[in-house]
Design a protein around this ligand. Structure first.
Ligand code: UDP
Length: 385
């Protein structure tokens, strides 16, 4: 091996670090990934039959308000003018999300003005109105009142997390805006869009450099192959983006994660839902949402099959060892355990832990890129001097 730095994991964190290393130094980078593709959970591929770009690990929508991140990603890809909008099926009706004046008026069969809706919600939030909520339940009720919380959040959250909402952090639903106007953009960010030539082309361009080598299908913890933890640790700087508890052989316990299973359906129709993402708010539908991939890229109309469409239903469940970890559950116990792992991690020689798995964080893509750019500047660059 003639690399000056090894990156374990070819997700957005690892790719950003690799790109920064070759841009700012003369070092050689080796990226290892256990999977047979780069891009981590943002990887996508083209479905032959329909022409849809399938996001293999669930819908990924790029959005950011961070100028540095937006400028950075635009060096490798342009973005379509896609704007994310989500609808929800509840009790036999389809509503717009995130909760906005359209949702509120449809739900109450009313024609409230913004001010009237706001005072109604305040009243329905009752004793929790305007308080600082410490868990998802209180946060949900204080934001939108109990009736809307029970219709659109309670059952969806219980399917998604199977954890008492009182044990979940409020931050999970602070991700979703609530609006007292008819704006139903899902994200509040300044910029959003999908990579024009797909996610995978974007990622390939990030690491298109002779000094970056990628080896796929390599298990860093498998001692029967040469590029393993015990051979590399202490001999070369390592950027590790796998699960932090895995690194320490789960010695302090397993951090809890949710994973997602997909059930694919194909229909003899051009368009099954009329939108890219349909959430199912009620308990009687076992999946949380359905993704109709063709609808992410209407600009590819001429390349798509208009007789068939592909839909993935998304089922969330507790992740066991060996499952793909997607969402950190982040209960109080998890927080305590992660703090202890973090302590251990700080004492590992020349190892930087990063990304969603390495830092047990519910990151979006732009946040991962931002943290990689910062970490490169503040610590990783110094490891290569
Ligand atoms: N959520 C909900 N109902 C919905 C959509 C979201 O209750 O129809 C809650 C749920 O707890 C979810 C969280 O809001 O985990 C964040 O939703 P988001 O769509 O941001 O999640 P992601 O796309 O990351 O799965």
């Amino acid at each position: 091996m003639n690399a000056d730095i090894v990156i374990v994991g070819a997700g957005l964190y690892g790719l950003t670090i690799a790109q920064q290393v070759v841009e700012h130094t003369k070092s050689r980078v080796l990226i290892l990934d256990i999977r047979d593709h780069i891009g981590g959970n943002a990887y996508s591929y083209t479905d032959e039959e329909t022409g849809a770009e399938i996001h293999k690990y669930g819908a990924h929508l790029f959005h950011t308000s961070n100028q540095k991140v937006w400028d950075y990603v635009n060096r490798f890809t342009s973005f379509t003018d896609y704007v994310h909008r989500v609808y929800a099926t509840h009790d036999g009706e389809v509503y717009p999300l995130p909760i906005n004046l359209g949702t509120i008026n449809q739900f109450f069969h009313a024609h409230y003005t913004p001010a009237q809706a706001q005072s109604l919600i305040q009243e329905q939030a009752g004793e929790l109105s305007g308080t600082h909520a410490h868990n998802l339940n209180d946060q949900g009720i204080s934001l939108i009142g109990r009736p809307l919380y029970e219709a659109f959040i309670k059952n969806y959250t219980s399917k998604q997390w199977q954890t008492d909402p009182e044990d979940l952090p409020a931050s999970i639903i602070r991700r979703l805006p609530v609006r007292f106007n008819y704006n139903n953009r899902y994200f509040n960010d300044t910029w959003e869009g999908l990579p024009t030539d797909g996610y995978t082309r974007w990622f390939e361009r990030m690491i298109d450099n002779d000094r970056i080598e990628v080896k796929l299908g390599v298990d860093f913890f498998d001692l029967s192959q040469e590029l393993n933890k015990s051979n590399l640790l202490g001999n070369v700087p390592i950027i590790y983006t796998g699960p932090v508890d895995r690194w320490f052989d789960y010695s302090l316990g397993d951090l809890s994660w949710r994973t997602v299973d997909f059930k694919e359906r194909r229909y003899d129709e051009d368009d099954h839902f009329g939108c890219p993402v349909m959430n199912f708010s009620d308990a009687d539908v076992p999946y949380t949402r359905a993704i109709e991939f063709k609808n992410f890229n209407p600009e590819r109309y001429d390349k798509q099959n208009h007789e068939r469409t592909v839909v993935w239903e998304e089922y969330s469940r507790f992740a066991h060892r060996g499952d793909e970890p997607y969402y950190p559950v982040n209960t109080k116990d998890d927080h305590r355990m992660y703090a202890q792992y973090r302590n251990l991690a700080e004492h590992e020689p020349q190892v930087v832990f990063g990304g969603r798995l390495g830092t047990y964080a519910y990151y979006d893509m732009h946040q991962v890129i931002n943290s990689a750019l910062n970490e490169y500047e503040h610590t990783i660059s110094a490891l290569l001097k």
